[in-house]
Design a binder for this molecule. Sequence first.
Ligand SMILES: CC(C)(COP(=O)(O)OP(=O)(O)OC[C@H]1O[C@@H](n2cnc3c(N)ncnc32)[C@H](O)[C@@H]1OP(=O)(O)O)[C@@H](O)C(=O)NCCC(=O)NCCS
Length: 342
Amino acid sequence: MITSSAPFSAQQFASKITGTGSGFPKRIVTNDDLSKTLDTSDEWIRERTGIRERRISKPADPNERNSSLALRAAQQALEMAGKRPEDIDQILYATVSPDTLVPNTACWLQLKLGAHRAHAMDINAACSGFVYALTMADQSIRCGLAKTSLVIGAEVLSTFTDWEDRGSCILFGDGAGAAIVEQVPGNSKSRILSTHLGADGRLWEMFHLPAGGSNMEVTPEVHAAKLDKMKMKGREIFKVAVKTLADYAVIALESNGMKADDLDWFVPHQANLRIIEAVAKRLDFPMEKVLLNIERYGNTSSATAITALDEAVRDGRVKQGQTVLIDVFGAGLTYGSTLMRW
Ligand SMILES: CC(C)(COP(=O)(O)OP(=O)(O)OC[C@H]1O[C@@H](n2cnc3c(N)ncnc32)[C@H](O)[C@@H]1OP(=O)(O)O)[C@@H](O)C(=O)NCCC(=O)NCCS
């Protein structure tokens, strides 16, 4: 089932992104670095995924924890929006690799940022998390629960990656993205135009982490069997990803009476460049208008789309009045798209 909030121009309030930011670990791990311990090669990884390198956190470094990467991203986003931490009413933190299960990572970030007025929660929708959190921010703002939301997509997935599984570990990296989302009048030209969310729990097995929740404690035996590491059926996910990304792009465009031609920028989840190229082909959309950062960061899960968008906002590619479509999929499986006018 698809949950939709499109289109809603008649309503009193709308929301828009007024600031973006990113934070990455310092350490760069190239494909050649991976080839030293894995039966793989730079050529294979680049050809099959489009990834050249990724950033990997040092778990012992407190400045490279999930919430520390998000702190840097949030500070940049606040600066762009001209806001202070005390202006934030709400922190919605999309992650599947929290600092701790309790308290949530949103509270760690609130503490580090000094955003003490904000209510704070984590949202787990895997790689779709940023669009899920952005949707919740948009709904909260339109309903009057918040006027200024801080939306985060941040991961330290390297902790849950099986670094001996060449079929999955080559894809992932760590990083954080942030957006300040603010209330604007409902008739504003520049605003979020629509959001669509979906999920299909029947496909849970395609990408999952068996242990670490209440189903299975991480014992030495469980750790030895690598049940505390992510399991992925790459080939199967690939096909579903292409279909759902294309479907959710079409749903977003059609519900706003638009065609692919009307779109200035497409910001897909960055899991594999070949997935993105296949989606662009299905939509008949030129790759020049696709915002990409997968080559340098790999799949940073909930952080991919917002960090790719942040780069393009900062270097001036995304301009006021342009239409931007964020389109994501992830474990669950989960899906979603947000169409906005910048
Ligand atoms: C994982 C993924 C890169 C694998 O690429 P692929 O082209 O589908 O490759 P396949 O799994 O079909 O494997 C092809 C061959 O390459 C091998 N191979 C797999 N990983 C390899 C690696 N890192 N280096 C070298 N060879 C590799 C396989 O063992 C297989 O060999 P075989 O033909 O002898 O059996 C790709 O399926 C993918 O990106 N899937 C989507 C994953 C995804 O989106 N996950 C995130 C969800 S949010």
